[in-house]
Design a protein around this ligand. Structure first.
Ligand SMILES: Cc1cc2nc3c(=O)[nH]c(=O)nc-3n(C[C@H](O)[C@H](O)[C@H](O)COP(=O)(O)OP(=O)(O)OC[C@H]3O[C@@H](n4cnc5c(N)ncnc54)[C@H](O)[C@@H]3O)c2cc1C
Length: 549
């Protein structure tokens, strides 16, 4: 459809253009300026300005050592420094943590973490084991994230986000409560019943729709195939929902259980929108998904390697001030308080943290920083001495969904068939994350084990150790990611897309890709393009989007 439309437009344009008299560039510009109010689109049309290509990002012109100070060595800060470095800027990055990567962090043996005013904790996982406390999945349509993996030589592997073998577990709710039910059973039963209902309506002519008899028959055929219905358009269990006795040799055809009753599925909440897993239908969570081999922070480490001594870790920014012709940044480290002058600044500090830092921003900017909210979220990594989910239950990657505090259990998509492994014992959000985050580290572990063993009784025998992170309680993050509502997106977001004097703002929070690494990269490029445009006095169009559906 799109293709035909494009072809039609192109054909019309060609016809119209061939009838036009020759026109000079100057005339063309002045005429289109009158129409569009700006020469910019016209200059683009004439090829006088190049849009920044998404992946090559080969902006023209050299900044000849202009000084840019970047606040935060997360993915936004480091990718901005990396791209600015290619253009001749002199960048320094001030990072409060002792490590780079910010939220892009994989917890392994020796990793340390601090929340609020609690004592520092240190992970003691076995060597080679890790879990991603922050990002764990790269969507196949996040071209920029994949692009940087390629450019920086970070190997990736498939992340199994959707697994029909993992479970739904409704604790204390309805006739199916406290039973682990395979995803494939719930998905196929629900699909079967819904298609049976629809087929019945269509067959009896009860749908208020102008279908011809042939159309109705075709739809019924489709519903039969989609729902696994029999010749009478009734849903009966089939091998789709798995076996209770596997098929094998000789006299072993396999045994299929009866489906769960529709009323039971409903009453146990397995069809509630926040439980029945439709997340995997969303654009970003559709397979194929990827992860960086050996931990997602390999991406951060790869940037760190490129940037070398430009990054100062253990340096906490305490004040950001616009001054005439530049910026003055105050930061403190173990040696004391320091000041750093630069021509421009890119601030990637998450907004809840930025709101606590002295500054002389305009009142609009200060208000925007305060208004945009962040979510609460937490994860726990549980090390087990045996990969019982694989050995006993045939679960290789994927997610189990629960209605209790755990919300989700993630099985590792790496090192299949190894002896030991770490699974993510909960990954929760908002109220549940807040409740669990208030617990001590020991009590979070207790809760994860107590609830988790309802699903996997093997926990008791196989558990070794844990490590948990509550992002909203973590000093230099103070939240999982930015969450906009209609008003903050309309009022606050555009304010921070513009620089405040010599300070530019970047990070996942300044995109429509919140909660994604791709957001950090897109935002970094957006700001780099704007800074370079200002420095070289040229107009550079930042590509509106990197994805093509
Ligand atoms: C639980 C969780 C799951 C996620 N899952 C995914 C996923 O599956 N896939 C995906 O693509 N993305 C995911 N994300 C999102 C992704 O991690 C972020 O979008 C991205 O890492 C944000 O990068 P950033 O540079 O904008 O911010 P940050 O990583 O937060 O970087 C900001 C930096 O500023 C530093 N800083 C803060 N205060 C100061 C100060 N005063 N002085 C100096 N430095 C300071 C911080 O230490 C940090 O290094 C997830 C995030 C979380 C929390």
């Amino acid at each position: 459809m799109d293709y035909i439309w494009c072809f039609f437009v192109k054909f019309k344009q060609t016809k119209i253009l061939s009838n036009l008299k020759p026109i000079s560039r100057r005339d063309f510009l002045s005429k289109t300026t009158l129409i569009a109010g700006t020469t910019f689109p016209a200059m683009m049309a004439l090829g006088m300005i190049k849009p920044a290509p998404v992946h090559a990002f080969d902006l023209e012109g050299n900044a000849a050592g202009k000084k840019v100070v970047i606040l935060g060595a997360g993915l936004a800060g480091m990718s901005a420094a990396y791209e600015l470095g290619k253009l001749g800027y002199q960048c320094s990055i001030i990072e409060a943590r002792e490590r780079t990567g910010g939220r892009c962090w994989s917890v392994k043996n020796g990793s340390t973490h601090q929340e609020d005013d609690r004592p520092l904790v240190r992970a003691s996982f076995d060597e080679g084991l890790y879990f991603n406390a922050g990002p764990s999945r790269i969507p196949h349509n996040h071209e920029l994230t994949l692009h940087y993996c390629k450019e920086l030589g970070v190997p990736i592997q498939v992340y199994n986000n959707v697994n029909e073998s993992s479970y739904f577990f409704a604790e204390g709710k309805g006739p199916l409560s406290n039973q682990k039910i395979r995803n494939r059973e719930v998905h196929n039963d629900v699909r079967g019943y819904m298609n049976e209902l629809l087929a019945k309506c269509i067959h009896q002519g009860e749908l208020d729709s102008p279908l011809t008899k042939e159309d109705a028959e075709k739809i019924i055929e489709y519903l039969r195939a989609e729902g696994g219905l029999d010749a009478d358009r009734l849903y009966k269990a089939s091998a789709r929902r798995g076996y209770i006795e596997s098929p094998g040799a000789g006299n072993s055809p396999g045994k299929i259980a009866n489906p769960h009753k529709l009323a039971d599925l409903l009453r146990s909440g397995l069809m509630d929108p926040d439980f029945y897993n439709v997340a995997e239908y969303t654009y970003e969570l559709q397979m194929t998904m990827f992860q960086a081999e050996g931990g997602m922070d390999k991406i951060a480490k790869a940037f760190e390697k490129k940037l070398g001594t430009a990054i100062r870790t253990g340096a906490e920014v305490t004040a950001i001030n616009n001054v005439t012709d530049g910026v003055k940044i105050t930061y403190k480290d173990k040696a004391g308080v320091h000041q750093l002058d630069a021509d421009l600044c890119i601030c990637t500090i998450p907004l809840p943290v930025l709101g606590t830092i002295n500054n002389n921003f305009s009142s609009d900017v200060s208000r925007a920083i305060d208004y945009i909210s962040y979510n609460q979220t937490g994860k726990i990594g549980l090390q087990f001495k045996r990969r019982f989910w694989e050995e006993d239950e045939h679960i290789y990657g994927g997610i189990t969904h629960t209605n209790n505090e755990l919300t989700q259990l993630f099985y590792p998509s790496n090192n299949y068939l190894d002896k030991k492994g770490i699974l993510i014992g909960y990954y929760n959000f908002n109220e549940k994350a807040q409740q669990v985050g208030m617990l001590s580290f020991a009590d979070r572990e207790k809760l994860a084990l107590q609830k988790g063993k309802l699903i996997h009784p093997q926990y008791d025998k196989e558990f070794e150790r844990s490590f948990s992170v509550s992002w909203h309680k973590t000093k230099y993050s103070m939240g999982g990611w930015a969450v906009y509502n209609g008003e903050t997106r309309k009022e606050a977001y555009p304010v921070l897309l513009k620089p405040d004097g010599n300070v530019y703002f970047a990070g996942e929070h300044l995109t429509y890709l919140n909660a994604w690494m791709a957001g950090a990269f897109e935002s970094a490029r957006y700001v780099v393009a704007n800074i370079h445009s200002r420095t070289t006095n040229s107009r550079i169009a930042y590509p509106a989007t990197t994805t093509k559906g």
